[in-house]
Design a protein around this ligand. Structure first.
Ligand SMILES: Cc1cc2nc3c(=O)[nH]c(=O)nc-3n(C[C@H](O)[C@H](O)[C@H](O)COP(=O)(O)OP(=O)(O)OC[C@H]3O[C@@H](n4cnc5c(N)ncnc54)[C@H](O)[C@@H]3O)c2cc1C
Length: 322
């Protein structure tokens, strides 16, 4: 049985679904699963981590941990990891995980495999698979040496297990001893969108340059509202100012792996595919039957998105109402 240490992520008092995926994967494989939870006023979330299989939840509360900074978080996590000596450390391949995990790996002088889409436990080891060359190929990675093995896992790659309210974790409160901090987040100004983030959503409705204006994205938003989906965009749509950069999917945007990805008027350039090719089901709407997106799509509709998207919205609405 391996000791697996998981970096839990929360925002505004809510745990991220990707954290449940990591805990579920480690605990269902029979491993001793530890989670660390950092923030201010977050202790109450430890119970939920227990429901997903965490055996021990280490909670660090401090005003300097209210907002994430790699400096403060690593000052808590690195000494904790040294005292627990886990075999494996897992984080989500979220903006936080992408920033934090390399710093932890460097301080522990050990290796990190990032953006993994598959994870296999083998005794005290893990083997992971990660995409390379903008998703055109994947490589299997194994770790050498004796230090803990670190990996960031792409959200939605492992699937969320069902919580078991009969399970509970031992909660250990730790007093963070923070040294001098060179950075401090004073405030976070949130974007106006109330929708889920594209990396977290299980359905993403994305639009491209063909939407022609920011206003026209309203038809995708209406469909997304019916489906409970996030709205994504190609870089061409973002560069044209139709959507904010946080919605961009692709090589220079976000990497998503939802259950359903609906690409509306997106050609399917390699740089876009790099951000969504691991989606479970891909549906493409495009007027051009030769568009490269159809080579990857599970289902393709050749047609005008301005006609098809409102029709789909109406049909999904009916299905939902019945
Ligand atoms: C270094 C680098 C990094 C990049 N990173 C990214 C990235 O992260 N993400 C990304 O997306 N791109 C990225 N790109 C850009 C990428 O190469 C493409 O230019 C971009 O993805 C094209 O966006 P698009 O599909 O919206 O536009 P287009 O290529 O213009 O395609 C529009 C599509 O809409 C279809 N269409 C037109 N009208 C309609 C209609 N009414 N109904 C249905 N279909 C219609 C057309 O047939 C066409 O296929 C990057 C490029 C470089 C060089």
């Amino acid at each position: 049985m391996a000791k697996v240490f998981i970096i839990a992520e929360q925002r505004d008092g809510r745990l991220k679904k990707s954290t449940f995926e990591l805990i579920g994967a480690a605990s269902s494989a029979g491993h001793e699963t530890h989670a660390v939870l950092l923030g201010e006023g977050v202790s109450g979330l430890a119970t939920e981590l227990g429901h997903y299989g965490a055996k021990t939840v280490h909670v660090a509360e401090h005003s300097a941990l209210k907002y994430y900074t790699s400096e403060a978080y690593s000052q808590v996590i690195v000494p904790l990891v040294k005292s627990i000596s886990p075999h494996i450390i897992l984080g989500s391949h979220s903006p936080t995980g992408r920033d934090l995990m390399p710093r932890i790996a460097a301080q522990l002088e050990t290796g990190l495999a990032s953006d993994c889409t598959q994870l296999r436990f083998e005794g005290n080891q893990i083997q992971v698979r990660r995409p390379v060359y903008a998703g055109k190929a994947t490589v299997e990675v194994e770790f050498l040496g004796n230090g803990p093995k670190l990996a960031t896992i792409r959200p939605n790659a492992l699937g969320i297990p069902k919580p078991n309210t009969g399970l509970s974790a031992t909660v250990v409160q730790i007093s963070p001893h923070l040294g001098t901090l060179r950075t401090r987040v004073l405030d976070v100004v949130k974007g106006s969108s109330g929708r889920p983030d594209v990396t977290e959503a299980s359905i993403v409705v994305s639009g491209g340059r063909s939407l022609k204006s920011a206003e026209n994205f309203k038809i995708l938003e209406d469909l997304a509202d019916v489906l409970g989906a996030a709205v994504g965009a190609s870089r061409a749509a973002v560069d044209a100012g139709f959507r904010p950069h946080r919605d961009q999917v692709g090589q220079t945007g976000k990497v998503v792996s939802p259950s359903l990805y609906l690409a509306c008027g997106i050609s399917g350039a390699i740089q876009h595919l790099a951000g969504m090719r691991t989606s479970k089901v891909i549906v493409a709407i495009n007027t051009d039957p030769e568009a490269p997106i159809f080579e990857l799509a599970d289902y393709g509709i050749v047609g005008d998105l301005f006609t098809l998207v409102p029709l789909l919205q109406e049909e999904f609405k009916k299905v939902k109402e019945n």
